[in-house]
Design a binder for this molecule. Sequence first.
Ligand SMILES: CC(C)(COP(=O)(O)OP(=O)(O)OC[C@H]1O[C@@H](n2cnc3c(N)ncnc32)[C@H](O)[C@@H]1OP(=O)(O)O)[C@@H](O)C(=O)NCCC(=O)NCCS
Length: 165
Amino acid sequence: MYRFGRRVDALPEGPRRRLLTRLYWLLFRLVETATGISLPKEARIGPGLRIWHFGGIFVNPGTVIGADCTLRQGVTLGNRAENGPCPVLEDGVDLGAYAQVIGGVRLGAGCRVGAMAVVLTDVPAGATAVGNPARVITAHPSNPPHPSGEQTFEDRLPGEPLPKG
Ligand SMILES: CC(C)(COP(=O)(O)OP(=O)(O)OC[C@H]1O[C@@H](n2cnc3c(N)ncnc32)[C@H](O)[C@@H]1OP(=O)(O)O)[C@@H](O)C(=O)NCCC(=O)NCCS
């Protein structure tokens, strides 16, 4: 559904795009209701996203998710206040069940967030964070950061950076 929405946005202006945009919103709401997973097309999401178990997964449109990230049931990626900034997940971030990541925080490549954690501050690459508010318990990389070459992870994501909110 997400990829379909991105393709519709890339079409030239015209009746076909308008029609497909309406179809997208209808299907988006159906999928959201049926699965409890909300992945709006405005979010920038890299390849290889894994969703383990459905239900209660909400991603704010202003969120950025790098390649090969993992979300589990109950995960929220959103802002702390209406129209506030949203999280940026670099490549290979792994979020435990019901992890809540809110605000303009950056989760470094390959970091892990424990089940039920509430993340309000940045987590360094490769670190593990748990608790409410989340604290780093392991600063050593346990997952190797995704290879990036010369590009930053954001260079490889679809679309332009979007206004937060
Ligand atoms: C965060 C996580 C990745 C850490 O794994 P780990 O590196 O093996 O860490 P450990 O199990 O050795 O725990 C290290 C410490 O963190 C604590 N801890 C681990 N996970 C925690 C969590 N989710 N919340 C709070 N504390 C946690 C442990 O109690 C331990 O504390 P201690 O040193 O005081 O004894 C893992 O515990 C986790 O939460 N994974 C998510 C799994 C999940 O969502 N499963 C649902 C599948 S449907």
